[in-house]
Design a protein around this ligand. Structure first.
Ligand code: SF4
Ligand code: SF4
Length: 252
């Protein structure tokens, strides 16, 4: 039977270390901040209207989220901590190699494989030059990652699940409490480095999320109406502590 094997050999061009946010585990975020670098926080919200609750997509997102109250309605919130590498990663050396190679984050070790099981690896969507796909080690076969890489992907998914509560709690403590609706938009915060680091270092074991007044920011007018009809509290403020970026083709 013919198999679809993808080989990969990184050429060290450094392009994947530029112009992006790099998702981090909690300990990686602590290290990132301790090195003097900034992180971004992305908050995403969804509920059972986003996918059927019996679907794999719902189970995947539910596992890495926390149930909170928004208005009178329960929603689920995912918090993503990400290293700020919008121009380029602060760890990238002038020769385009990683300055913390032995300690680089899990996602850097996993790239260009996908962590989300519902996103297929598409070479054409990766920033790597074309020649990387012709030689080197086997990256995946029939969509299944090489065992060593697969172990890293599993670790990353486990961290997403086990750390969901901690991340959402830190956000609540720092008043980062408006989440964008998944698939509709992005709400991105850039908390002050020392404040973020202190919040991570002084985290309580038994967080109380019930006092946080969660809100949702939505771009699409139809979606806004649908969510308000089930008593979610939406954020309409013009002055806010996050950057709002629509994912809609035509902003309403
Ligand atoms: S930590 Fe290293 S591998 Fe990861 S984005 Fe930064 S420079 Fe690149
Ligand atoms: S863009 Fe691809 S080839 Fe270039 S450094 Fe990143 S992983 Fe390697």
């Amino acid at each position: 039977m013919q198999t679809n094997t993808i080989r990969f050999s990184c050429v060290g061009c450094g392009v994947c270390c530029k112009g992006r946010l790099i998702p981090l585990t909690v300990s990686e975020a602590e290290q990132w901040l301790s090195r003097g670098h900034d992180i971004a926080v992305i908050l995403e919200a969804f509920n059972e209207s986003t996918w059927p609750t019996t679907s794999g997509e719902y189970a995947h997102s539910a596992g890495r989220s926390v149930e909170v109250l928004c208005g009178d309605t329960k929603i689920r919130v995912i918090a993503i901590f990400a290293g700020k590498a919008i121009e380029q990663c602060p760890n990238l050396r002038p020769d385009n190699l990683c300055g913390i190679y032995e300690e680089r984050p899990l996602v850097c070790r996993i790239y260009p494989m996908e962590i989300n099981p519902f996103i297929e690896l598409r070479k054409e969507e990766k920033v790597c030059p074309p020649e990387v796909w012709e030689l080197g080690e086997i990256l995946c076969t029939d969509g299944q990652a090489d065992p060593a890489l697969d172990a890293l992907i599993t670790l990353s998914r486990q961290a997403d699940k086990s750390e969901a509560q901690v991340k959402v709690t830190v956000c609540a403590q720092l008043n980062l409490s408006v989440a964008s609706w998944k698939g509709d938009a992005l709400a991105v915060y850039f908390p002050e480095r020392e404040i973020m680091l202190n919040a991570l270092l002084s985290l309580k074991d038994t967080p109380d999320l019930s006092t946080c007044k969660w809100k949702v920011r939505v771009d699409d007018a139809t979606l806004r109406g649908r969510l308000e009809a089930v008593s979610l509290t939406l954020d309409y403020s013009e002055k806010n502590n996050y950057i709002f970026h629509s994912l809609q083709p035509h902003s309403s």
